[in-house]
Write a protein that binds this ligand. Structure first.
Ligand SMILES: O=C1O[C@H](COP(=O)(O)O)[C@@H](O)[C@H](O)[C@H]1O
Length: 267
């Protein structure tokens, strides 16, 4: 690792020299949380995002992880999804299926994707209902400080505008406090119709990792992590603040290039 650091409530920073190094660290991190969750609860409930994240998780399909991870205990969810058919190029489910899920022995019935035959509003309600049933059976843990689900791990990407999951700057979805899953029909990034976990759900997870690469995201990373005054408070990624869970940022050097040096220490 090139550099590591931390920033009060902004979590742990892991800054990598190369994408290869980042991918290995990310695979190790996911495998460790999977092992700990299976040991503690008998299952591992993980929520994925779309975008570049899936490619960065690619080492999980290779040795040793493909053989050492207990895939039969994995339950898969999506922190956000585009409301398109599952075989559509924009589908986060398709991205994960093609890039990860079809390459490891996940139990098909443990894969909980949205119902793609519904409107965005119906799909969000339906997805929340599915998660509620799995909280009742404790496949998904429950938060001890709210009625929210407590996912073992939520993996997020970051857009250059600071969006996480499908929560975009200045969007009313950021204010949702009652629903676990909400919908939007006006995403500034296509496609417009999406469902997304809400902030209370993200911030109730045991572990949240934000995985960011490339210099186009350096400014968003800076605003999400450094103390830069009121302008940064509107950045959705800055609102990711797990109440009792652990937040880790996986960054490559270009994505971390605008971070203030005072937050960093070399390893
Ligand atoms: O639209 C989306 O974008 C973000 C970021 O994607 P990336 O390709 O820039 O990493 C992603 O995390 C989210 O799941 C997706 O729906």
């Amino acid at each position: 690792m090139a550099l590591s650091g931390g920033h009060k409530d902004r979590g742990e920073l892991r800054i990598h020299e190369s994408l290869d190094e980042l991918k290995t660290d990310l695979a190790d991190y996911i495998a460790e949380i999977s092992e700990a969750s299976v040991k503690e609860r008998g299952v591992f409930a993980i929520a994925l995002s779309g975008g570049s994240l899936i490619g960065l998780m690619g080492k999980l399909c290779e040795a040793p992880y493909n053989k050492t991870v207990d895939w039969s205990k994995w339950y898969i969810f999506w922190a956000d999804e585009r409301v398109v058919a599952k075989n559509h190029a924009d589908s986060n489910y398709k991205l994960a299926k093609d890039g990860l899920l079809s390459k490891v022995p996940i139990v098909p019935s443990h894969v909980h994707s949205i119902n793609d035959s519904m409107s965005a509003e119906e799909a969000a309600d339906d997805y929340e209902f599915v998660i509620r049933q799995l909280v009742k059976s404790r496949v998904v843990n429950v938060s001890d400080i709210s009625d929210c689900p407590k996912f073992d791990l939520i993996l997020l990407g970051l857009g250059p505008d600071g969006h996480v999951a499908s929560m975009f700057p200045n969007h009313s979805a950021l204010n949702e406090r009652e629903e676990w899953v909400t919908f939007i029909t006006d995403s500034p990034k296509p496609p417009p119709e999406r469902i997304t976990f809400t902030l209370p759900v993200i911030n109730s997870a045991s572990n949240v990792a934000v995985v960011v690469t490339g210099d186009s995201k350096a400014e968003a990373v800076h605003l999400a992590i450094d103390d830069v005054g009121p302008e940064s408070s509107l950045i959705p990624a800055r609102m990711v603040q797990p109440a009792k869970g652990k937040l880790v940022w996986f960054l490559d050097k270009p994505a971390a290039s605008k971070l203030e040096a005072s937050n960093l220490s070399s390893k």
